[in-house]
Design a protein around this ligand. Structure first.
Ligand SMILES: Nc1ncnc2c1ncn2[C@@H]1O[C@H](COP(=O)(O)OP(=O)(O)O)[C@@H](O)[C@H]1O
Ligand SMILES: [Mg+2]
Length: 439
């Protein structure tokens, strides 16, 4: 779990609670030493908490400027390369490490109008940057969304590391079936250990409530407590497998019910539940990836609002181009500018031997007008070649899920070259995503 670490002085109790409460409302986990708790043991947990933090918020006050603990915490944060966001809570004169290291970045103050909101916005941008969310989407079926989600991001985990969460947002739940047989997938859904628990209060949150999957006409709009991550996700890499973190939130058919719901207020409420849960999950992962359905629905809007980037796989042909064009329209017309994700296009299933005329045209801008946007600029450089290894096969019953990942399959038969392609695509997406400065 990663969090914002808050540095404070012993007398900053009121402002500490104000900041804590504002971060909590924004869905951002935080960590601070309870005032008056200083001891050798607590110093150890403080050090650990700084090392796990994604950012450090420093309350700048007469009390913190005089505090040795606060100074030591700031120095550790700087040594760890943490982003430090100072926040003035009184008018004390800066000295020591506060003057030397923080004066230049002291932009927000509790006394300023909207000062607390500005602090939260900056911390939120850092939080999102720490764990980007990618939606794999094209408003066309069969272009490789599910294959890309499992195989490229499986290769990302193996080659580039990090804790990665895959979320199956397609009611057809093919991604889940890539890793588990149908029976195992349905058993999990029967306990609400699945994607439905991101939207509605379910038996995962409270054992005595009816499952939201049982009623297609009722939406449960109540807010719910965030469940323990281990109760919600399925680890894919296993104890005896390759190790590392690649988890799945499994899909299920019943989330189709949202496409039929007409109660707008109820849909708004469960969309907010979903966005809040995704923000909560960012605390435990370095990357979250959605596999999505091909038709524009409520789920599409949810996925796009929660994402920082869309990867749209397309075949080098006109039908796929149309899917991408529609996707770009949905992005621009349905998603507010301040939360709109960036769009990258990935050619999938290209011939290994020669670039098609369609791909060449797309790259030199000849299809931009037909696409209605600068397709040539949105294209990722590395395509994914057509390969028999990327053809889906259902797993054997009881097969360990990681065995479905090409990156962990043996040698021979062209596996090496397809693996290199998947890794090259993963590295390109990583570089694009991490190059973006938090806004
Ligand atoms: N690069 C590829 N080479 C060969 N087959 C592929 C490739 N990408 C996807 N496929 C196959 O194409 C079919 C559709 O892919 P899928 O990922 O399920 O698409 P979507 O999720 O967009 O509907 C599947 O049978 C899959 O195995
Ligand atoms: Mg699919």
């Amino acid at each position: 779990m990663s969090h914002a670490f808050i540095v404070h002085g012993p007398k900053d109790v009121d402002s500490l609670l104000q900041v804590h409460e504002a971060l909590r409302r924004a869905g951002i986990p935080d960590w601070y030493e309870p005032p008056g708790a200083d001891s050798p043991e607590s110093r150890h947990s403080v050090a650990e908490a700084i090392d796990k933090a994604f950012a450090m918020v420093v309350l700048v006050s007469a009390s913190s400027i005089r505090s040795r603990e606060a100074q030591a915490q700031i120095e550790r944060g700087i040594a760890r390369g943490l982003t430090i966001v100072p926040f003035r809570v009184d008018n004390a004169r800066l000295s020591g490490v506060f003057k030397k290291e923080l004066a230049g970045s002291l932009r927000h103050a509790i006394m300023d109008e909207g000062g607390l909101e500005k602090l939260v916005a900056e911390v939120r941008a850092r939080y999102r940057h720490k764990c980007p969310v990618i939606a794999v989407m094209n408003l066309k079926g069969g272009v490789g969304k599910t294959t890309i989600t499992s195989q490229i991001f499986g290769a990302w985990q193996a080659a580039l590391g990090g804790r990665i969460l895959l979320v199956d947002l397609d009611p057809q739940y093919n991604l889940t079936q890539t890793f588990f047989d149908m029976e195992a997938a349905d058993q999990s859904a029967a306990r609400d250990r699945s994607v439905i628990s991101l939207f509605e209060k379910s038996r995962l949150h409270a054992p005595d409530v009816p499952s939201p999957a049982e009623s297609w006409s009722r939406l449960s709009t109540e807010p719910f407590p965030t469940p323990a991550i281990a109760d919600l996700v399925h680890p894919l890499l296993g104890e005896n497998g390759p190790g590392g973190v690649l988890d799945l939130i499994s899909g299920q058919f019943e989330i189709s019910k949202y496409a039929f719901a007409t109660d707008k207020a109820a849909l708004d409420a469960i969309r907010l539940n979903f966005l809040h849960m995704v923000d909560h999950l960012r605390g435990s992962y370095d990357l979250i990836v959605f596999d999505t359905n091909p038709n524009a629905t409520f789920l599409t809007k949810c996925a796009l609002e929660a994402s920082d980037r869309v990867i749209a796989p397309m075949h080098p042909d006109m039908y796929s181009l149309r899917g991408v064009k529609l996707l770009n329209q949905v992005l621009n017309e349905q998603i507010a500018e301040d939360v709109r994700p960036k769009l990258s296009i990935l050619f999938n299933r290209v011939s290994r031997n020669e670039q098609s005329a369609f791909e060449a045209d797309a790259r030199n801008g000849a299809h931009d007008q037909r696409a209605g946007f600068k397709l040539s600029e949105a294209l990722l450089q590395h395509p994914v070649p057509k390969s028999g290894h990327l053809q889906v096969r259902s797993p054997e019953p009881d097969q360990e899920p990681w065995k479905s990942l090409i990156v962990h399959k043996g040698r021979g038969g062209g596996l090496k070259s397809i693996r290199e392609s998947l890794k090259a695509s993963a590295a390109e997406i990583r570089d694009k995503t991490s190059a973006e400065e938090p806004s």
